[in-house]
Design a protein around this ligand. Structure first.
Ligand code: 4AD
Length: 470
């Protein structure tokens, strides 16, 4: 009988079976009595061969049908019924190694005849461009980032983009799965809040029925308040808004935050232990369950697989500075690292310890937000950390101040308006357990795991300082 089938599963085990597939008309090529229609579905492609019926007993299609198929516009949605067949020679240019001997075609939805760009061009890899540079007769069109983003719905149809967002989905699934397994409760904190949760200028202000308000720069305050409300361990996957005004390869104005917050019994290392187990499980999970997706990404954007240790390397900030110093870079011991020194340190760490993923902890207090707990043994440092992939930050986290008086004085010391934080600070006046947590940037994790170089590639509809559409 007939059966609806995904293109991705069509292989020689289905030889001779009649299947029904729905996909996009990727390419159509006529050749006398034959027409080749490549159907694409979620990044996978299969060639369907249609042949004109010239004898009554043959199960082939009519001349009119051949004409109709030849006239289908690219990207139209078609249903094809056909018989799976193993071809004599290997097929090139499609992901599937079998073909369909087409019987019927039905166009479900027609695409306009002229597209803003060619999908095959958008899927072209760097290898193709290198080949084209060597062979003068080969000419490929490069689709630039703005064009891709302006017509993002089309751009998202390439195999690499299909794979990127499946990997992204997998990362949040693994994040959730791991934390639920560790007794964390998933929460949802408000995105409309009274004041800046991370301070500074990078905040979107708005009018909340006559009251000044802003879009949450993080779930920071409310996830801590959930701890004060005895939830013990909480996490959230949700939007984070930052009114960034500079264009960089790694900053968006809206991104997805993977946040967690947890009670600490004795030491902020308990948070690091959770992170350690969680990221090893995320990386292992991706490598094990997203092989096809990672290959598709690699095909267009070649990258070295991420190197990580089963027990994540932890270096103190001081040890990090020492490594840089040995390399001839001397930095302020109580200042922050800049993007360049982070990169450099990443390279040095990789050389020395063989990992692209590591934790840098015990940052100087002066470079951390007001809610960060100073180190008990030396208040110039703090119980805080950043986590890096390939020398770029994906996480920042810390133990928090849970003493309301210290919190007030820390906020004041940093010139923060304490009044706008009063309900948050009050939460600590009714008894609060020591706690800490982290914020992870989902788009950065995917960008850096696959070494994609631009965060716009891992945000489905990116928001940057000038882009608000689509
Ligand atoms: O370092 P951030 O600002 O830290 C916080 O929001 C704290 N509340 C986290 C905590 O629990 N202590 O942001 C956390 C992460 C960064 O490490 C980065 O991965 C990502 O969020 N991030 C951005 N991603 C994309 N675009 C931006 N503009 C980002 N800003 C931060």
């Amino acid at each position: 009988g007939r059966q609806w089938t995904s293109v991705s599963v069509l292989d020689s085990t289905l030889d001779g079976q009649t299947v029904l597939v729905r996909g996009r008309c990727h390419t159509v090529r006529g050749k006398g009595k034959l027409v080749f229609l490549v159907i694409r579905q979620a990044g996978y492609t299969i060639q369907c061969v249609f042949q004109i019926k010239d004898k009554v007993e043959d199960n082939m299609v009519s001349k009119g049908m051949i004409k109709y198929i030849s006239s289908l516009s690219k990207e139209s949605i078609v249903d094809v019924e056909g018989i799976v067949a193993v071809p004599d020679r290997p097929i090139s240019g499609t992901t599937q190694q079998v073909e369909l001997h087409g019987r019927k075609v039905y166009c479900v939805s027609k695409a306009v005849p002229v597209l803003p760009f060619n999908l095959e061009d958008a899927a072209r890899s760097e290898k193709d461009f290198q080949k084209a540079a060597e062979q003068e007769d080969l000419q490929y069109v490069r689709v630039n980032t703005d064009t891709r983003l302006n017509f993002r719905v089309l751009d998202l149809r390439t195999p690499a983009n299909q794979a990127i967002f499946r990997v992204q989905s997998y990362v949040s699934m693994l994040f959730r799965q791991f934390l639920v397994g560790q007794n964390f409760v998933e929460i949802h904190t408000p995105k409309l809040i009274a004041g800046a949760s991370e301070g500074g200028a990078a905040v979107f202000k708005l009018d909340y029925k006559g009251q000044p308000a802003c879009l949450a720069q993080s779930p920071q305050l409310h996830k801590q308040m959930a701890i004060c409300a005895d939830f013990g361990r909480v996490f959230e996957i949700g939007p984070v808004f930052r009114a960034e005004d500079s264009f960089t390869h790694r900053h968006l104005c809206e991104f997805t935050g993977l946040d967690l917050e947890m009670e600490i019994k004795e030491h902020y290392y308990e948070v690091l232990d959770i992170l350690d187990g969680m990221f090893v499980s995320i990386f292992d999970g991706l490598n094990e369950h997203c092989k096809k997706e990672l290959e598709a990404i690699n095909e267009q954007y070649p990258f070295e697989p991420l190197k990580y240790l089963k027990k994540t390397l932890r270096l103190t900030f001081e040890e990090g500075l020492q490594l840089l110093k040995e390399d001839g870079i001397e930095l302020d011991p109580f200042g922050d690292l800049n993007t360049e020194s982070e990169r450099r340190l990443g390279a040095l760490v990789k050389n020395k310890y063989g990992t692209d993923f590591y934790i840098l902890h015990r940052y100087p207090l002066a470079v951390r937000p007001f809610y960060t707990m100073p180190c008990y043994d030396n208040p110039q440092y703090s119980n805080s950390f950043d986590v890096f992939i390939r020398g770029e930050e994906i996480i920042s986290g810390a133990q928090r101040v849970h003493d309301p008086e210290l919190l007030v004085s820390r906020a004041q010391a940093l010139g923060i308006d304490v009044a706008s934080l009063s309900t948050y600070i009050d939460s600590f006046r009714w008894g609060a357990v020591p706690h800490g947590g982290v914020g992870v940037g989902l788009e950065r994790v995917v960008m850096l795991f696959c070494n994609l170089k631009n965060i716009r590639k891992t945000s489905m509809f990116p928001r940057d300082p000038t882009r608000l559409a689509p």
